[in-house]
Structure formats: structure tokens, C-alpha cells
Design a protein around this ligand. Structure first.
Ligand SMILES: [Zn+2]
Length: 150
């Protein structure tokens, strides 16, 4: 089975300063790159899942988000950390940008991004779906990671 760890971005990989959308403002949390590198070197694939409601709120554009994502992934690759995929939710029901102002199934704690990753990369979520359906998203992902450790 593929070993996958799902990571949030803001507050896990980088300091959560609120709607971070510029590389100049992006500050890695000390130890985060090292931890990701260790996970990689133990055979875990890294998938980043992040709520980015600042897009729906009009604080920044989805292209701003992609630009920052590219900078992050480039920097990580230069540090021998390969991120398999990054998923983001640009939505928020109270957003001001009509295209993104909706209730979706990808905004955490809903599992849409996890399910998308499972579909795109053939990640087996069977155990998690059967036994932990009612748990919050990140508890589910933690359990998935533990399961894959065995
Ligand atoms: Zn969404």
C-alpha cells in the first residue's frame, strides 16, 4: 500500500499569519522542512491539503495562490522534499467572489480533498471510510497515516 501523509499548509508547514498569499510573507515553521524530509526518506508520499478561503473572500486570486504554491514546491524540491500533490479549497459560503462563494465538499473538515487525492493517486482509504466515518477530517488523516506505518 502507498504510504501517504496528508499535511495542512498554514500552521503546519508555514506560520499562519492569516491569508498568506505572497512568497515574501511565507515563513516556514522551524523544523517543518526537516520533518517533511524525514517522512519522504521513510517512503511516505506527501500530500498537502489547504483551505484557502481568501480566494472566495477576494483577498487574493487563485493565480496568486498558484504562484505561491509553485514557489513553495520549488523551494522544497531544492531541499530534497518532493510533494506528490497539493489540493486547495478556494471556496467559502460567505465569499464575495461569486465563482467561489458556495458550500462545497472540499472545505475542511469535509473530506473532498482527501477523496480527490485518493482518486487521483489510488490511495486506499477503505479502513478509514469503514471505521472512522464520523471522525473529523484531520483525525481521519492521522489514522490513515498510522495505518500506513504498519
Ligand atoms: Zn471547496
Amino acid at each position: 500500500m502507498e504510504k501517504v501523509v496528508f499535511l495542512d499548509r498554514d500552521g503546519v508547514i508555514n506560520r499562519d499569519k492569516g491569508y498568506v498569499h505572497r512568497w515574501a510573507d511565507f515563513e516556514f515553521i522551524p523544523g517543518a522542512i526537516e520533518a517533511m524530509h524525514q517522512l519522504s526518506s521513510r517512503g511516505f508520499k506527501l500530500v498537502v491539503v489547504t483551505n484557502q478561503s481568501g480566494i472566495a473572500r477576494g483577498y487574493f486570486t487563485e493565480n496568486d495562490y498558484f504562484s505561491l504554491r509553485n514557489n513553495i514546491n520549488k523551494f522544497l524540491m531544492e531541499n530534497d522534499v518532493n510533494v506528490l500533490a497539493t489540493y486547495h479549497c478556494p471556496h467559502h459560503p460567505n465569499g464575495t467572489v461569486p465563482k467561489y462563494a458556495l458550500s462545497c465538499n472540499c472545505r475542511k473538515p469535509l473530506p473532498g480533498m482527501l477523496l480527490a487525492a485518493a482518486r487521483d493517486y489510488s490511495i486506499n482509504l477503505a479502513l478509514l471510510k469503514d471505521r472512522h466515518l464520523n471522525l473529523p477530517f484531520f483525525l481521519q488523516t492521522a489514522i490513515l497515516s498510522l495505518h500506513n506505518l504498519k
